[in-house]
Design a protein around this ligand. Structure first.
Ligand code: NAD
Ligand code: DAU
Length: 352
């Protein structure tokens, strides 16, 4: 099997690439990533010399590059994670999200279609796996859960771009019989997440004695999932999911933002020897995110019942591991926040 993973230098993609490279010696894993601000090859430096792994720097919005790549490599499968992923950035630059998340996905679909359908390959052995988000379903009130049949109601430019890409993936299945599968996941947390997202931003700011910006009153709710559990779900769905199907993935782990930030403060005080309550004093309520979705919560019974996947880690274990990881990876934080991560690519790859 020759598999193309897109976005494998990003947060979730790095965990997916590591898992596939370590689990499947006989596969050839190609990691295609443009190395935007969110992609850092240091996040997967441990597997970069593996014989079944290759990194390719490239942009999914460049159609002719993507077509050549597929033609040359004749991929058997695609696991598509590359995207612009941060809601706040989508509010200030929606067009970039349309370009990357919609156009980029269409380019990959077209290349897979040309390769698999024109050559008359046995498409039941091929697979285009599109990784998406629970945000496509919109916002919940205090009760209820998103299921695979919940109607789409995206409300930010980010979620609208992801919803659009989900629809186009399904359209290629319906129209051309492209062998696709989709999953929609809740909020991930863990090592290697860019510190613009809530959990690593709060950890980093506490480390630097900076204010902790909580949007609105901090009452919005998210369902948090350990990133390695998402990577394992992706492995399971890629290998066992039914073509044309959608699987919701969630942590069954809802937290109000303010409660989560206070928990992070208390663990940080314990780890750093700060007086109890010191970090909580940094909490600052700031202007709310425009169009801020109130609550996301996933019903993952389909993947549990049909594919046997459940989360492995309690949140208490996962958040402690996450905090300890950031405390012991200050260089990684410095490199991604200053742009120095690009030096690593130049040193490791430019002379190869
Ligand atoms: P991320 O922002 O950490 O990583 C995205 C990666 O895509 C980066 O390595 C970046 O360099 C790459 N990329 C961006 N534009 C590209 C382009 N034009 N060409 C090639 N590569 C490009 O994102 P993430 O949080 O790891 O999310 C990965 C995927 O999972 C996304 O599709 C996202 O929508 C989805 N998702 C994320 C979460 C979450 O909680 N983070 C939850 C559900 C679904
Ligand atoms: O639900 C899945 C989605 O989760 C993914 O598709 C997205 O790619 C991912 O970024 C994430 O989106 P959120 O907007 O939920 O994540 P974020 O970490 O940006 O924010 C989590 C919550 O915390 C949200 O309610 C906004 C709030 N927040 C966020 C930041 C960055 C704050 O209160 N303060 C902040 O500084």
């Amino acid at each position: 099997m020759k598999i193309l993973v897109t976005g494998g230098a990003g947060f979730i993609g790095s965990h997916v690439v590591r898992r596939l490279v370590n689990q499947y010696d006989s596969y050839e894993i190609h990691n295609l990533d443009a190395l935007t601000y969110a992609g850092n090859l240091e996040s997967i430096s441990d597997i970069e010399s593996a014989p079944n792994y290759k990194f390719i720097k490239g942009d999914i919005t460049d159609a002719s590059f993507i077509n050549d790549l597929f033609e040359t490599n004749k991929y058997d499968g695609v696991i598509h994670l590359a995207a612009e992923s941060h809601v706040d950035r989508s509010i200030s630059d929606p067009l970039l999200f349309v370009k990357t998340n919609i156009l980029g996905t269409v380019n990959l679909l077209n290349a897979a279609r040309m390769l698999w359908l024109n050559e008359g390959a046995d498409v039941t052995k091929k697979r285009f796996y599109h990784i998406s988000t629970d945000e496509v379903y919109g916002s919940l009130g205090a009760e209820g859960y998103f299921t695979e049949s919940t109607s789409y109601d995206p409300r930010s430019p980010y979620s609208a771009s992801k919803a659009s890409s989900d629809h186009i993936v399904r359209a290629y299945h319906h129209t051309y019989h492209l062998p696709v599968v989709i999953s929609n996941c809740s909020n991930n947390y863990g090592p290697y997440q860019f510190p613009e997202k809530l959990i690593p931003l709060m950890i980093m700011n506490i480390m630097n004695g900076k204010q902790l910006p909580v949007y609105g009153k901090g009452l919005n709710v998210r369902d948090w999932l350990w990133v390695e559990d998402h990577a394992r779900a992706i492995d399971v769905i890629f290998h066992k999911g039914d073509l044309g199907e959608t699987y919701n993935i969630g942590g069954n782990n809802e937290w109000r933002n303010i409660d989560l930030v206070e928990l992070i403060c208390d663990i940080m005080d314990q780890r750093t020897g700060n007086p109890s309550g010191a970090s909580r004093k940094l909490i600052t309520f700031v202007k709310d995110r425009a169009g801020h979705d109130l609550r996301y919560a996933i019903d993952s019974s389909k993947i549990k019942n049909e594919l046997g996947w459940t989360p492995s880690l309690t949140f208490e274990e996962g958040i402690a591991k996450t905090i300890d990881w950031y405390l012991s990876h200050k260089e990684w934080i410095k490199h991604v926040t200053t742009g120095e991560y690009q030096n690593y690519y130049e040193q490791q790859y430019m002379n190869r």
